[in-house]
Design a protein around this ligand. Structure first.
Ligand code: ATP
Ligand code: MG
Length: 668
């Protein structure tokens, strides 16, 4: 179907891959894997003809249609969801348009002309029917709904959609197009679990050839008949799914190691012989021949596959913050112009973030998780209420789409330097090195970086910005599996405050201690990690949501974290999240091995956690009141500092001597 021969590509003197030979056979489902920056996206662009290879050829049979979902979708505006998706059926629609044109001509034609037209019309109509032309709208709706769109949202403008939903529209268009070969570049990045499972099912029955780039092990396992691994050494294709690929890689590595050992032994023997007898006349000929063997062996020396380089870092001790690190009070947030089309996401929202909290925001896509994170980060306008960062809070925001937070025109080094006011350039370079930007990589334009590289750069900036509140929207998106494991460990050890959004269940389980469910403009906090949250949902055991501003008894002050977590009796008819989907959130190649925990283990863990929570309640209450006291003192400190900074203050000697706050107003 598609045939690559001797394909090579590099940028600026650096080779990405060489001599790639690939025969993509009909009706196979191939997972294309490899570390970030290996050139997977580049290889797709070469196949689609967007990019010319430096060497080699790509042959695609003439009648074969190829569809491509890029890794980063250009945003669409001014057209409805339905319209954009319908574009996928352009071939059918074109026939429909010709039919309409024929109808117009038939209305005025007569005699033999009319007969000819009617004949043509009949043929075309049959073809239209065979192509499913009368079912266009049904198919459009079926696919969009499968990808999670509510029926009443289909006529809305794409501009209102978040990046994740726009991506789904593009995917829907492509699935409707139904090309012979479907090239998908990280299609799961913006899906929630439900849609991910739907897509997996859809693709499994896809009549055609699939090639998909993904770092999601369970997705690859469910679908792939082959795994193609791209590395500096070229492309190697393995038969079987991802697990089987891992096994084969391990076996290959073991075999190579054995071969290498044998060779080493032989070389040592030969070398000894040569050293000993080289200058002995009687053995000179033998020594000479061994020397030849030696040279030959050294030339054909078995090379082990290069170990995958991976990022390595730990988050530094964050600067100390106040007890309450961020408050949203009575916030109203809506998208679109005021009026009937306005979409209100939050109304009277009261939220308080307490130091050291590690929270995952969960809820269906489009429920407002990213919006809440942006409100906390202070990067989106809102229509009412306040956002108050605590006295010493320093917030770092990691956007879901790195194009939103990186300046694509800068170089990697410029972007990093701009993020760090205090660090020396050598330090900045060393941090970049830890995120695998070494040597000339730091002079690359941000715009040309691969998805994973953009993500790594954003993470490097996180280390260069001394922050004690990390707000992370899908921080593992685009990251290869080994890098995910490193990020997970770093966040697990971090002592500051973290709020994150992720669709990687294992990642959330390892990092967070609290889950906030976001739905219908309300936030419901659950203590414990993501598995605990799923367990409680399955039991229908749901805590009460945070009070809205107007029903809060202490208007404007959300209840403190510890007392928030008390469970309310299960509310009738409250929509619970869907059944926990059984997915293996697998390990990275070369990363730590993520093993799926058994039901029993999970239950025991959850019980232990609950016990620990109960046992430590008095301590946590004590801590809470101590921290409150600290909070009051911190506020006073801030007030005193403000007064010290005010020149007028020194003109009031009484006040200076007294050291009382005097006329200085307490910060609210
Ligand atoms: N125009 C360009 N100039 C210089 N380097 C480039 C250019 N385009 C891409 N690159 C580099 O080529 C490498 C491969 O990029 P590519 O997007 O193909 O990687 P990838 O395997 O898809 O990675 P990821 O898993 O992160 O998506 C990256 O190091 C990228 O920075
Ligand atoms: Mg890519």
């Amino acid at each position: 179907m598609i045939h690559l021969h001797g394909v090579g590509k590099g940028y600026g003197g650096r080779t990405l891959f060489e001599d790639v030979a690939w025969d993509i056979k009909p009706a196979t489902r191939v997972g294309l894997v490899g570390p970030n920056g290996a050139g997977k996206t580049t290889l797709f662009s070469i196949i689609t003809g967007e990019l010319a290879p430096d060497a080699g050829i790509v042959r695609i049979a003439r009648e074969v249609t190829v569809g491509h979902l890029p890794q980063e979708v250009a945003l669409i505006a001014g057209r409805s969801v339905r319209e954009v998706a319908r574009d996928g059926l352009e071939r059918v629609l074109a026939v429909g348009r010709t039919l309409t044109a024929l109808e117009t001509s038939m209305a005025v034609a007569t005699g033999t002309e009319l007969e000819g037209l009617m004949d043509q019309y009949g043929h075309l109509q049959a073809r239209f029917e065979a192509m499913g032309g009368f079912l266009v709208e049904n198919r459009v709706e079926e696919i969009l709904c499968g990808l999670g769109f509510a029926r009443d949202r289909l006529d809305r403008d794409c501009a209102e959609l978040s990046g994740g939903w726009q991506m789904r529209v593009a995917l829907a268009r492509l699935l409707l197009m139904h090309p012979d070969v479907l090239l998908l570049d990280e299609p799961t990045n913006h899906l929630d679990l439900e849609s991910l499972v739907w897509l997996e099912g859809f693709l499994r029955t896809y009549r055609g050839t699939l090639v998909m780039i993904s770092h999601d092990r369970s997705f690859l396992n469910g679908l792939c008949t082959h795994i193609a691994e791209l590395s500096g050494e070229g492309l190697r294709v393995y038969t079987g799914d991802f697990e089987s690929y891992l096994e084969q890689v391990a076996q290959r590595q073991a075999l190579l190691e054995r071969q290498q050992k044998n060779q080493d032994r032989k070389i040592a023997e030969l070398q000894r012989f040569v050293d000993r007898f080289r200058y002995k006349a009687t053995k000179a000929r033998q020594a000479q021949s061994r020397l030849k063997q030696l040279t030959k062996l050294e030339e054909t020396r078995v090379e082990l596959d290069a170990k995958q380089r991976t990022i390595h870092f730990a988050l530094p001790e964050p600067p100390r913050s106040g007890r309450v690190v961020l408050t949203l009070e009575n916030v109203r947030k809506a998208y679109g112009p005021p009026g009937p089309d306005e979409k209100v996401v939050y109304r009277g929202l009261d939220v308080q973030l307490v130091r050291g909290a590690k929270i995952a925001l969960v809820g269906p896509n489009g429920a407002g998780k990213s919006t809440l994170l942006k409100l906390l980060a202070g990067v989106t306008p809102y229509q009412g209420g306040h956002r108050d960062p605590g006295p010493q809070s320093r917030v770092f925001y990691f956007a879901q789409h790195q194009v939103e937070s990186l300046d694509l025109r800068r170089t990697v080094l410029e972007e990093a330097l701009a993020a760090s006011q205090t660090h020396a350039p050598t330090f900045v370079r060393s941090i970049l090195g830890a995120f695998l930007f070494s040597g000339e990589d730091v002079d690359k334009r941000v715009g040309v970086l691969s998805g994973g590289e953009k993500n790594r750069l954003a993470l490097a900036k996180m280390l260069l910005t001394p922050a004690n509140v990390l707000l992370l929207d899908e921080p593992t998106n685009h990251l290869d599996m080994a890098s995910c494991a490193v990020l997970e460990a770093a966040l697990g050890d971090y002592t500051g405050t973290v709020v994150l959004i992720s669709h990687d269940r294992h990642f959330m389980d390892e990092v967070v201690e609290e889950v906030w469910e976001v739905a219908d403009g309300r936030v419901t906090p659950f203590p414990g990690n993501y598995s605990d949250y799923l367990d409680r949902c399955a039991r229908g055991d749901r805590p009460a949501p945070l009070p809205l501003h107007d029903d809060s008894p202490t208007k404007g002050r959300a209840a403190p974290a510890a007392s928030r977590s008390t469970a309310a009796p299960p509310a009738p008819n409250v929509e619970t999240t869907s059944e926990p989907v059984s997915i293996d959130w697998g390990a990275g190649v070369g990363g730590d091995v993520r093993r799926r925990k058994s039901k029993d283990e999970k239950r025991v863990e959850a019980e232990l956690r609950q016990k620990r929570l109960a046992a430590t309640r008095p301590l946590r209450d004590a801590l809470e009141s101590a921290e409150k006291a600290v909070g009051v003192l911190e506020d006073r400190l801030t007030a005193l500092r403000a007064r010290q900074a005010d020149p007028a203050h020194y003109g009031r000697p009484d006040e200076v001597r007294e050291g009382k706050p005097g006329r200085v107003s307490e910060p609210g």
